[in-house]
Ligand binder design. Structure first.
Ligand SMILES: C[S@@+](CC[C@H](N)C(=O)[O-])C[C@H]1O[C@@H](n2cnc3c(N)ncnc32)[C@H](O)[C@@H]1O
Length: 258
């Protein structure tokens, strides 16, 4: 059966909602601690978690925000988020099924936006960022965290191929310069950015997606056949574990130009 991209994403994640709620990689991290420090200071009235997945950003935002809107394409993910929020006693998280590219909120409704590990699935990064900018009040802050491309084509092609074999809803891990350009086009100013590397434990990383054996083999074939530079850059280990670049960008919604 042919499916539009959003249905491919929904099928990929809907079936794995529990795995994402329970995923240690998603539930922890220095980025979540940094995000918490920011919202503790900002105390937003309306905060948006864009591509909420298992809801880890929403749970972090909720104690410091008036209301948190957890937006995701996958209704099954959002059902898991709502149940987990109830278990945690967080009553100010609303779940909103929507795509990042078409947000059902008024202009300037939010005073904080966060999006973590989601943009690489979006059909169109610029459309999603323009919507994030539209619903964010001018002068307010957004934080985007995502796996990113190191840049050079030699490494970029390997990374995107491995990602697509693991998850057929993968669109692109953008490089830092692609992110900066897309944010500028969408009406954001880049206030700060940093990158770091996270070790993907191959058995855990692949099990979360419960992928077909052929795709798993395909990733291993690509890794084994990779050039010395590629193997060294990603620090590919004997079992397929490797280092993935992560990007954190803080952006400010600029005043519209006249
Ligand atoms: C890896 S999970 C997100 C993890 C989560 N934000 C966290 O920090 O743990 C990616 C999520 O993005 C959602 N997603 C992908 N494309 C989307 C889009 N265009 N609009 C909204 N959500 C999207 C998927 O349904 C999935 O739940």
């Amino acid at each position: 059966m042919e499916r539009v991209h959003e249905r491919v994403v929904e099928a990929q994640f809907g079936a794995r909602a529990k795995a994402y709620v329970e995923s240690a990689v998603h539930a922890q991290g220095a980025d979540l601690e940094a995000l918490e420090r920011i919202v503790r200071d900002l105390r937003p009235e309306h905060a948006l978690d864009l591509g909420a997945g298992g809801g880890h950003v929403s749970y972090l935002l909720a104690p410091h925000a008036g209301m948190v809107s957890a937006v995701d394409l996958s209704p099954d993910m959002l059902t898991a988020v709502a149940a987990t929020a109830r278990e945690k006693g967080l009553s100010n998280i609303e779940t909103v099924p929507a795509s990042a590219e078409h947000l059902p909120f008024d202009d300037g409704w939010f005073d904080f936006v966060a999006s973590r590990y989601s943009a690489h699935h979006w059909r169109d990064l610029d459309d999603g960022l323009r919507e994030a900018r539209r619903v964010l009040k001018s002068g307010c802050r957004a934080v985007f965290i995502d796996a990113c491309s190191p840049g050079p084509a030699l490494l970029d092609t390997h990374l995107q191929a491995v990602e697509l074999l693991r998850d057929t809803s993968h669109v692109r891990n953008y490089s830092a310069s692609e992110w900066a350009a897309a944010l500028t086009r969408s009406g954001f100013g880049v206030a700060d950015y940093r990158t770091w590397r996270l070790r993907m434990d191959f058995p855990v990383w692949t099990a979360r997606m419960s992928m077909p054996e052929a795709n798993l083999r395909g990733i291993r074939v690509l890794q084994e056949a990779a050039s010395a530079e590629t193997k060294a850059y990603f620090a590919i280990e004997a079992d397929g574990s490797f280092l993935l670049d992560i990007l954190w960008i803080e952006a400010i919604a600029e005043l519209p130009r006249r």
